[in-house]
Design a protein. Structure first.
Length: 430
């Protein structure tokens, strides 16, 4: 046998060994909801499997699920003690629940191990890590930190309103009922349907007026709370928003902006890529500006409040591949390459270096508004295991006020009393 033939046979044998080994790599499963997040994760997984799987000794497989009742399915899966999926996309509103119940793996020690997390821990937006922490322990890593922005027609409004009162005045100017020459039917749109987003929109007004979650009892019937809800009801009663505002969620607000029905809207920043897409938004794609949400003037200057929540990756505590899962989520959320892949897909990794990256900013200039907004004014919702139920009580009464079924004072007093009784039943008050 010639030397050349022997070398060819050796190389073919080595190639077959590599193929066989690659096929036998353990597979970590990532479960996420369909939409922009899944698209970003899909690109990350493709990159990992092509470039990093051999180095780290495992592959990743992504499983996408419908958005309807997604979080219910996630939590039911964790409560059932299933061994898979290994990684699940979840929502920071559940962090305290996960911490108290052990439904998600406590990853604190691995996070502070440089061999497992060799990335810059100071590069996070501080609010992002606060949202995944409960009683000093870390239960997830954040993939996106989302907030609201004020979207406005920059062809009509040269300077966006800075305060809620200015927003009211500008909205009135662009409502045909008050200005027959207005190019838009209504001045404003915001969240109105009972959903996780409704209280989070209202919190921004409440907190910018100086509101806080608690005094000696829940503070949702305080003076700042009343001012915030009265502002909303005034805007609705005076017709500055579409008459079916109590049915508005993400898609309704997006549609009102896309069709030119409204001049402004308070909307999740994730809507920006769609509104800047010429095919998706042909009427307004080149006319849409973004600004921080309005605030309130104080002697110290303007005070704003940016609602923030994380999409986050949690590790199934029953997984066979817990450490492998952590290595992947650390890379996906915090490595320069993993986080940038996610950002260039239109998502919002809470890494300062990525949100200020010139290439990312060129494609998504909203980050130049979002980064300082969250860095200075971002806040977390109450870190209580029972917060989801508490929020649902408030949500019910806010939705009734939005629909003008109940006045602001009655809505907030009833909500606050029910929240107090609920928390008392859970042992928070004696």
């Amino acid at each position: 046998m010639s030397l050349v033939r022997k070398l060819v046979l050796i190389l073919l044998s080595l190639f077959l060994v590599v193929i066989i080994c690659a096929g036998n790599l353990p597979e970590v499963t990532l479960f996420c909801r369909a939409g922009p997040e899944a698209y970003g994760h899909r690109l990350q997984v493709e990159y990992w499997n092509k470039h990093l799987a051999q180095k780290y000794g495992f592959k990743v497989r992504i499983i996408e699920a419908t958005r309807a009742d997604y979080y219910t399915y996630v939590n039911n899966t964790l409560m059932a003690g299933a061994k898979t999926p290994d990684i699940l996309e979840s929502f920071s509103g559940f962090t305290a629940l996960y911490g108290k119940s052990g439904l998600a793996l406590d990853i604190t020690d691995w996070y502070y191990d440089d061999s497992l997390f060799p990335y810059d821990r100071n590069d996070w937006l501080p609010i992002a890590m606060k949202l995944v922490t409960y009683k000093g322990r870390i239960y997830a890593l954040p993939t996106d930190t989302n907030t609201y922005l004020l979207f406005y027609r920059k062809d009509l409004i040269p300077e966006p309103p800075k305060t809620w009162e200015e927003l009211y005045e500008v909205a009135k100017k662009f409502t045909k009922k008050y200005n027959p020459n207005s190019p838009t039917m209504y001045g404003l749109a915001f969240y109105g349907r009972k959903s996780e987003s409704l209280p989070m929109f209202w919190y921004q007004i409440f907190r910018s007026y100086g509101g806080t979650w608690w005094y000696d009892r829940p503070a949702f019937d305080s003076e700042p709370a009343m001012k915030a809800l009265k502002w909303v009801v005034k805007v609705i009663k005076e017709g500055l928003v579409p008459p079916d505002i109590s049915t508005y969620e993400y898609m309704e607000i997006l549609g009102a902006l896309q069709t030119g029905q409204v001049a402004m809207a308070v909307q999740w920043d994730a809507a920006y890529p769609t509104l800047r897409d010429k095919k998706a938004s042909p009427l307004v794609w080149d006319k849409m500006g973004v600004a921080m949400v309005p605030g309130v003037w104080t002697p110290e200057g303007i005070r704003r409040a940016h609602s923030a929540h994380d999409q986050m990756l949690v590790i199934n505590p029953n997984s066979k591949y817990k450490k492998e899962a952590f290595i992947f989520i650390a890379w996906a959320t915090a490595s320069p390459e993993g986080a940038k892949i996610y950002a260039m897909a239109g998502c919002s990794p809470p890494r300062k270096s990525i949100l200020s990256d010139p290439e990312v900013l060129k494609k998504f200039p909203r980050f130049s508004v979002k980064l300082p907004g969250l860095d200075k004014w971002g806040y977390a919702e109450p870190a209580l295991p029972d917060y989801p139920e508490m929020k649902d009580i408030l949500n019910t009464y806010l939705a009734k006020a939005w629909a003008l079924e109940i006045d602001p004072e009655t809505a907030l007093k009833k909500a606050n009393q029910e929240i107090y009784e609920f928390l008392k039943s859970k042992g928070y008050y004696k």
